[in-house]
Design a protein around this ligand. Structure first.
Ligand code: MRU
Length: 370
């Protein structure tokens, strides 16, 4: 995607062939900066502290993290330790385990001398495949947007097609294109008059900071709203569709996404607003059925609830990025990072293979036995 006229991916192999570049997402939208990861420890830290985030991007970073580990020590023991270290960084997005297993299974049968190079190839392949899958999701989602836009009453067709999204499931959450935002980019480029309601997405504000940043760079009209505004907008006919990503999708189509997604799905259901979820195959966990009972939900630091990061607007420190405290000293915070939306609230799953009902039959229809 474009930043000031230059095409970027979120992660890349540096020209030295043995270190990895990433966009530092903790500084956006106020500062665009990049970091170079030289070691498995640094890759794990980048995932844990959300320098990189979003399910598909976490997976690709994990894959490159194994490469970084194997460049130093390619023994079985080092491979297993690096796998466990990276896999423990964030528990909810299944893409991480999926990508780590893919690299581990590729390199394990090889002689030690060949493992780092093979890991490099596999990580690069995962990254390229992610771009292709996300672009295909964009094409399938575009068709749904076209159908929904055309199905509006004739008197409303001249108005923008209004889509609400939660968190950031854009190109910053993947390698390029994004999942939920890919159809939005495709629609905008196809000349559809589209407008995006962007949930700010407390506590870390991925909507206000990252989704708004992405949409602004691509020139997509958008408005940031507080997380609690979505239901009100739906009641007043201001939302034509909701589209979100997912960090883990069970075989029956339950989806686990950023905390607050479930409430948007409930509001959409109550107001007959279509609620779509966009995902690549790497997000499906075929071993799980009941998302509420079985998906591990990451609990992050309470500091993310009791404080907030922003840029100082005026005064001597203007322009600095600072943390400010929101709550009284001594108030506890609790910070579950994801929630589960049951399949019954999902209008359809938009995948790289097409659109499926949110059900085991729907997913099997696209993927067979996985
Ligand atoms: O905690 P984050 O920022 O990693 O959460 C990201 C999301 O919830 C996305 O919606 C999800 O990863 C799907 S992304 C393509």
């Amino acid at each position: 995607m474009n930043i000031d006229g230059k095409a970027w991916r979120t992660i890349w192999l540096e020209p030295d062939g043995c270190s990895v570049g990433v966009i530092d997402q903790t500084q956006l939208p106020h500062r665009f900066s990049t970091r170079t990861l030289h070691s498995c420890d640094q890759a794990a830290e980048a995932i844990r502290t959300m320098v990189v985030r979003g399910a598909p991007l976490i997976g690709v970073t994990g894959a490159y993290g194994l490469m970084l580990a194997l460049q130093v020590d390619a023994s079985d023991r080092a491979l297993d330790l690096a796998f466990d270290q990276l896999n423990a960084t964030r528990p909810t997005a299944v893409n991480l385990r999926w990508a780590l297993e893919r690299v581990r299974d590729r390199v394990r049968p090889l002689p030690e001398a060949e493992r780092a190079a093979a890991a490099r190839q596999e990580a690069a392949a995962i990254a390229d495949e992610d771009v292709a899958m996300c672009e295909a999701i964009g094409d399938h989602g575009l068709k749904i947007f076209q159908e929904l836009a055309a199905a509006r009453p004739p008197g409303r067709r001249a108005e923008p097609f209004r889509v609400l999204t939660h968190c950031n499931a854009g190109w910053l959450a993947t390698v390029d294109w994004g999942t939920a935002l890919a159809p939005i980019y495709k629609a905008h480029r196809a000349g559809i008059n589209i407008h995006v309601w962007v949930d700010e997405t407390r506590p870390r504000n991925q909507g206000a900071s990252l989704t708004a940043y992405e949409l602004g760079r691509e020139g997509v009209p958008h408005t940031v709203i507080v997380d609690n505004a979505g239901g009100h907008l739906m009641q007043h006919g201001q939302v034509d569709a909701v589209i979100v990503g997912t960090d883990r999708t069970t075989r029956r189509g339950d989806v686990c996404n950023k905390i607050g997604t479930y409430l948007k799905a409930l509001a959409a259901h109550d107001n007959q607003v279509p609620f779509y979820v966009a995902l690549p195959a790497s997000t499906i966990d075929w071993s799980l059925e009941d998302g509420v009972a079985e998906i591990p939900i990451e609990a992050r630091s309470a500091d993310e609830v009791t404080a907030i990061q922003g840029r100082v607007i005026s005064g001597a420190s203007a322009g600095e990025l600072v943390q400010v405290q929101l709550t009284p000293d001594g108030s506890a915070g609790f910070n579950p990072a994801f929630d589960v939306t049951p399949a019954r609230l999902v209008s359809g799953l938009i995948t790289e293979r097409g659109v499926a009902p949110a059900s085991e039959a729907g997913l099997r229809g696209l993927y067979g036995n996985g």
